[in-house]
Design a protein around this ligand. Structure first.
Ligand SMILES: [Zn+2]
Length: 74
């Protein structure tokens, strides 16, 4: 938790200004454990891609089966 010595309060990480200062007094906060993950650090987990490939495979197979079902009815 970021700590402001001047205001004597803990600050939520997303309330700290982007330059690492307190939104109330604009003093530098103790950012030792200021952990706001940057968007580029938020990586997609590997199992997301496994599920995505499985979904594409399944939907592709269902599309083929649907076309075959339609052709058989003609
Ligand atoms: Zn402050």
């Amino acid at each position: 938790m970021p700590w402001c010595d001047t205001c004597d309060v803990y600050l939520a990480p997303n309330t700290v200004d982007v330059d690492g200062t307190c939104p109330t007094c604009h003093d530098e906060v103790d950012a030792a454990d200021l952990q706001v993950p940057a968007p580029e650090e938020a990586d997609v987990p590997w199992h997301f891609w496994v599920v995505l490939v499985a979904l594409i495979g399944y939907l592709g197979w269902r599309a083929v089966a649907g076309v075959v079902w339609l052709v058989e009815r003609l």
